[in-house]
Design a protein around this ligand. Sequence first.
Ligand code: CS2
Ligand code: MN
Length: 357
Amino acid sequence: MKLILRWFSGGDDSVTLQQIKQIPGIVGVATSLSDVPVGEVWPLERLIALKEEIATAGLEVEVIESVNIHEDIKKGLPTRDRYIENYIKTLANLSIIEIKCLCYNFMPVFDWIRSDLAFKLADGSSVMSYRQEEVLRMNPLNMAESMFSKAKGYSLPGWEEERLAAMARDIEYYQNVTVDQYWANLQYFLDAVLPYAERYDIKMAIHPDDPPWPLFGLPKVITNAENIRTFLALNDSPANGLTFCAGSLGANLDNDLPAMAKEFSARGRIPFAHLRNIKRLSAQDFDESAHPNSYGDLDLFAIIKALHDTGFDGYIRPDHGRMIWGEEARPGYGLYDRALGITYLYGLWEALTKLQC
Ligand code: CS2
Ligand code: MN
């Protein structure tokens, strides 16, 4: 198991590699070239420079989060082949810098959604929160502006500028795409890309939909155990895996996360885990919370134990954190609370390992 932290390259992070290096337990970062337009090939020379920059700080880069999928692939348009070809070229370049795991998502139009990016908790910390009614009241056509207005000037992962203009058109388009058609579009992508991922020794790790239920008439597929089984059955390549995001999957009360972690990890299909906690306020409302069990509704101990018991040897990152101690940073991605979170995860893993001996 390797503990890593997400870091935004190209001067787009308030957290430095040197700070990350000082967090106990951390060996590397998950990062990306977020300024390469979706659908374009990631240039090799930039990847080499990125790897060098990270290595100079004494850290590894074995995980990329994310190479986003062009909307034409998700829509199943004839133009998808060109973008898939580019995706495969990017995979080839990633293999040259020895990337082992690629996190991506197959969410239509929007990546993750929150109604508030800085919701104040009673202890003075702030967190990202989700209120279903408020989200439904938001105009999906203005979703991007609404998210940006709350982001304090930071870019938001998954909300890349060049995709925004087309969002309204895309939402419209999906109203006529059935869930079955959407699964078929995902399978088409997997069938094309996975043979190359295998050849390049890169595990593809799909991120669940966040939140894990349909919104605005958009199809959502990576939401629960049954759908993840369907996903894995689309293509049984060992490179076809899951980013086990506890906070995303855990928003759905019906998801038994330790059981899911156990099942999919035992099958060797979890190359990457995002571990964070949430406090549910109702079936479709939640606040993100501090990592330890008693602060949220997810049993992170049981999840990490399920991974440990099944011989998990992938990557774990603490995903989002609260904003504490007056830190100013990208929502969810400050230094302090993620460092506390990782220390907690590190401690749990160490205890489980010692108990086993
Ligand atoms: C989310 C996503 O898990 C997260 O941190 O903020 O942006 C996630 O990185 C993507 O959905 C993965 O493709
Ligand atoms: Mn996640």
